[in-house]
Design a protein around this ligand. Structure first.
Ligand SMILES: Cc1cc2nc3c(=O)[nH]c(=O)nc-3n(C[C@H](O)[C@H](O)[C@H](O)COP(=O)(O)O)c2cc1C
Length: 165
C-alpha cells in the first residue's frame, strides 16, 4: 500500500520531521512510502496512495500559506476517501501549531478525506490532533513522529485491506 508524505519546509525543520514520520510508516509491513516536498509531488504516487500526511511549519499561528494555496487550487488528483494526517513544526509552545494542524484537517475534510491522529485511543504518547515539534527540540521529538507515522500507517492497513484475487 502506498502512503504519501507531503511537506512544505523553508528552513528544513518540517522536512526533517517528515523523514521521521516516513521511518515510522516504513516499519509497517506492506507500506511503501513516498516523501515529497510540496513543489515536487509525484502525482501518480499521490493518486495511488491510500493515506496522505501533510507537514506544515506554523506561520502566524496557522498553516503556512503555501498549503492554503495548494488546497485552494484544484488537487493534482482526487483526495476524497483517502486517510489523512497532519504534523507541524513551530518555534514556540504557544505558537499555534495545534491551530496549524486543525486548519489543515479542515481543508482535508472539505476535500472529502478521512482524518486521523490516533487521538487518546492509542495511549501514550498522546497525539491529539497531530504530531508537533518545536524548532529547538527536533531531535527529541523524532521518536514521537516515528510512532505517529507507524500509527497512521497501521490504521490505513486496517481500513483499506489488501484486495484478494
Ligand atoms: C513567516 C513565518 C511565520 C512564523 N510564525 C510562527 C508562529 O506563529 N508560531 C511559531 O511558533 N513559529 C512561527 N514561525 C516559525 C516556524 O514555524 C518554525 O521555524 C518552523 O519550524 C519552520 O519550518 P521549516 O524549517 O520546515 O520551514 C514562523 C516562521 C515564519 C517564516
Amino acid at each position: 500500500m502506498k502512503i504519501s508524505i507531503l511537506y512544505y519546509s523553508r528552513t528544513g525543520h518540517t522536512r526533517e520531521m517528515a523523514e521521521s514520520v516516513a521511518e515510522g510508516a516504513r516499519t509497517v509491513s506492506g507500506i511503501e512510502v513516498g516523501l515529497f516536498p510540496l513543489d515536487a509531488i509525484d502525482r501518480d504516487f499521490l493518486s495511488e496512495s491510500k493515506a496522505v500526511f501533510f507537514g506544515t511549519p506554523t506561520y502566524l499561528a496557522s498553516t503556512c500559506w503555501q498549503w492554503k494555496k495548494w488546497f485552494d487550487e484544484p488537487a493534482p488528483c482526487p483526495l476524497a476517501g483517502k486517510l489523512g494526517a497532519v504534523f507541524a513544526t513551530a518555534n514556540f509552545v504557544q505558537g499555534g501549531a495545534d491551530i496549524a494542524i486543525q486548519t489543515l484537517l479542515t481543508h482535508m475534510l472539505v476535500k472529502g478525506m478521512l482524518v486521523y491522529s490516533g487521538g487518546g485511543a492509542c495511549g501514550m504518547p498522546y497525539i491529539h490532533l497531530g504530531a508537533v515539534a518545536l524548532g529547538e527540540k527536533l531531535e527529541e521529538s523524532k521518536p514521537l513522529f516515528r510512532i505517529f507515522g507507524e500509527r497512521v500507517a497501521r490504521k490505513a492497513m486496517e481500513i483499506f485491506p489488501a484486495k484478494r484475487d
